[in-house]
Write a protein that binds this ligand. Structure first.
Ligand SMILES: Cc1cc2nc3c(=O)[nH]c(=O)nc-3n(C[C@H](O)[C@H](O)[C@H](O)COP(=O)(O)OP(=O)(O)OC[C@H]3O[C@@H](n4cnc5c(N)ncnc54)[C@H](O)[C@@H]3O)c2cc1C
Length: 371
């Protein structure tokens, strides 16, 4: 049996960020990950560090997302210094484009509500009408009504990010175990034993960051993590010269020049196949927004499954039944990577979650069940 300070289950963006965060604090962390057949949102996502629109009615969530976006600047530098891997992090603000005047009016209301709820006098956003937006993005089509802008939004290359987190973990003395799907999990207060990949691991702390696998694992550690899959499809075009000066929620140009087109949401269970109807809808919306895309070839199309809680918010909690076991799951693992590594890992290391994360307990779903 190998003894560790913490066992982290799940080597996607959430588990890897937390495991790295523990290792950089000097804790001996074991990161257990499933085989190559696994569902991995971390390898199929859009790569935005996105803050605007997050946390309507839940100011804790917008503050947590904004904190992560602020931490990301130094975090990207740290990962590059630790590993030599550049995550292509950019933090130049982003726009959510509205195609109709009605969307634009609704968006304005939503942004104003976010500002009022933020509890921070510094919260800033701008509503840009068509002409103002065109100055920033001359490529927009005539149909575009306008957009909301915030400086908090950014992006990173999620594949480089995942690689950097794994490399940084190893460099700081952490251990990554691939092909190690959890076979058994024995929980007692501050005492966890896990068998995976033919080996046995024990530790006084356990972090459940297994994406869609958390539903089953959570129950074994006294944590309610009722996550569900939600399919998203993404198109990537051939590389073109830099044209898009701004990040948007639907379309972004990568550092290499490909244009990524995304934002679809489907409830189809554990099915990560692509479909032509969604491909067409994504392409049509992208061309309405940016007509030049009509002449750019799509070269790749993939689907991946988001890890969604019933209300779309993260689940962070320490098990009352088995103290030392922590839940960690969210639907924005790129955005929150910096907060997970630089803050959440510290809370786990110290053995207590702060009051500002109390809103994210999985117990909120017990209440819904009882109601
Ligand atoms: C189409 C799409 C677009 C997205 N766009 C963005 C975006 O722009 N910005 C953003 O911030 N987020 C985005 N996301 C969400 C982001 O990808 C996820 O929040 C993030 O990847 C979740 O990471 P995770 O580590 O929780 O889950 P996963 O990546 O699914 O990783 C979970 C890991 O746990 C392992 N595992 C599961 N069960 C077990 C077990 N029993 N034993 C051992 N290991 C186990 C799996 O093998 C897997 O490696 C997007 C997601 C999708 C699908």
């Amino acid at each position: 049996m190998s003894r560790y300070d913490t066992i982290v289950i799940g080597g996607g963006l959430v588990g890897s960020a937390i495991a790295y965060g523990l290792a950089r604090r000097g804790l001996k962390a074991a990161l257990l990950d499933e085989g190559d057949v696994a569902f991995r949102a971390s390898r199929g996502n859009f790569g935005l560090v996105w803050v605007q629109s997050k946390g309507i009615g839940v100011p804790e969530y917008q503050r947590w997302s904004r904190l992560s976006s602020e931490l990301w600047d130094d975090f990207a530098v740290e990962l590059r210094q630790e590993t030599g891997i550049d995550c292509a992090h950019e933090h130049r603000g982003g726009v959510t484009i509205c195609l109709t005047e009605q969307d634009f009016a609704q968006r304005r209301q939503m942004m104003e509500r976010l500002r009022l709820e933020s509890g921070e006098p510094r919260f800033e956003y701008q509503m840009l009408d068509h002409d103002e937006l065109r100055k920033l993005m001359p490529e927009i089509g005539p149909e575009v009504a306008g957009a909301s802008y915030t400086r908090y939004d950014g992006a990173a290359n999620p594949l480089y990010l995942l690689r950097a987190l794994h490399a940084a973990l190893l460099k700081r003395g952490g251990h990554y175990f691939a092909h190690s799907k959890v076979a058994t999990l024995k929980a007692a207060p501050h005492d966890f034993t896990v068998t995976a990949g033919g080996a046995t691991f024990s530790a006084p702390r356990l972090v459940l960051a297994a994406g869609l696998g958390n539903r089953e694992l959570g129950a074994q550690a006294g944590l309610n993590m009722p996550v569900q899959p939600e399919r998203g499809q993404i198109l990537a075009t051939e590389r073109v010269k830099p044209v898009l000066g701004m990040l948007t929620l639907l379309v972004r140009q990568t550092a290499e020049g490909s244009v990524m087109i995304g934002e679809s949401h489907e409830d189809v269970g554990l099915n990560d196949a692509t479909t032509p109807d969604v491909q067409q809808a994504l392409a049509a919306r992208a061309v309405r927004t940016f007509p030049f895309l009509r002449d750019v070839r799509v070269v790749r199309h993939w689907a991946a499954l988001r890890v969604m809680s019933p209300d779309g918010l993260p689940i962070y909690e320490q098990s009352q039944q088995y103290p030392g076991a922590f839940a960690a799951t969210c639907h924005s693992g790129v955005t929150l990577a910096a907060a997970h590594a630089l803050r959440y890992a510290g809370f786990v290391a110290n053995g207590a979650l702060p009051a500002e994360l109390a809103r994210f307990t999985g117990k909120r779903f017990d209440v819904q069940k009882a109601a």
